[in-house]
Design a protein around this ligand. Structure first.
Ligand code: PAF
Length: 287
């Protein structure tokens, strides 16, 4: 349980490991990551281990999900440290392929997610979910997992993946696990390491504005525009915050809601200086 997970870099070797696990009667779980692991990832791995027995963690910074002016080149690559962190969580295999192993010469097929990928992140990162859906489908084909585990922090990603799995009749069960937060509320993210101490402090406006939305709904406010305006005011108190979007949407369709009738997702993307962060919070109106 506490040993280092086996490092595998080729699809052939990965398939051997998975086949051996299946021959032992184990179910196979996959936690797809881009590395730079934190407690949020580790909690997914623990859940996968409890659920499936044999757990593969993929570590691959997927070039096709980054836009031309995004942080692909500087995205933290910390494989040795990641493997060490995984040792205590029961991961069996770390699959860390080179880019050329994943995208062979001549690769041209991409998954085109539909409307669900268009609002919110889709407005600011136009081809992002095309890259995400493509790599997730490829990883699923490489590992053929019984179940795969994603964090709720990337909420729209989880909806896009669920849609793809349903639309393409894929047999993998998708688990979306709760966002893991720092003690002060900041959602854990690999990109938090870009934040200076001052920016880290300012970044608390994301979770604070979501908590505010939760309190407003608990106190009876149902008007989405009122809630969003108060959230934006709070975010505006951080001098370096620049809002990409703050929205209250239907949790399934991601379409904006005018009134909180039952459940709505408060969801946002905010840049603190040059670091772009996302977060979300489920609002439940108890009548
Ligand atoms: O959430 C992430 O880290 C990535 O988008 C994923 C799912 C590993 C695909 O590259």
């Amino acid at each position: 349980m506490n040993g280092l997970p086996k490092l595998v870099t080729s699809v052939v070797e990965l398939r051997k490991e998975v086949a051996a696990a299946r021959a032992r009667g184990q179910r196979v779980g996959l936690v797809p990551t881009m590395g730079a692991l934190h407690e949020g990832h580790l909690s997914l791995v623990r859940t996968a281990k409890a659920e499936c027995g044999f757990t593969v963690v993929s570590v691959f910074v997927n070039p096709t999900q980054f836009g031309p002016n995004e942080d692909f080149a500087k995205y933290p690559r910390t494989l040795d440290a990641d493997r060490g962190l995984l040792a205590g969580c029961g991961a069996d295999v770390v699959f860390a392929p080179a880019s050329t192993e994943v995208y062979r010469a001549g690769h041209s097929t991409m998954v085109e997610p539909g409307e669900i990928a268009e609002p919110l992140e889709g407005q600011f990162r136009p081809r992002h979910f095309r890259g995400v859906a493509t790599i997730v489908l490829k990883l699923f084909n490489m590992v053929q997992p019984d179940a795969a585990f994603f964090g709720q922090k990337d909420y729209q990603q989880s909806v896009v993946i669920r849609r793809m799995v349903a639309d393409l009749n894929m047999p993998t069960t998708i688990h979306v696990c709760p966002t893991v937060r720092e003690a002060d509320g900041l959602a854990m993210s690999s990109r938090n390491r870009y934040l200076s101490p001052d920016a880290r402090q300012q970044a608390l406006v994301l979770s604070k504005s979501l908590q505010l939305a939760g309190r407003l709904v608990a106190d009876g406010e149902r008007d989405a525009a009122v809630i969003a305006a108060k959230m934006k005011d709070l975010i505006g108190t951080a001098p370096d915050a620049q809002i990409d979007y703050v929205a209250l949407v239907d949790p399934e369709t991601l379409q904006p809601v005018a009134t909180i009738a039952d459940r709505a997702m408060a969801i946002l993307a905010v840049k603190i200086g040059s670091t772009r962060l996302i977060d979300n919070w489920l609002l439940e109106a108890r009548l």
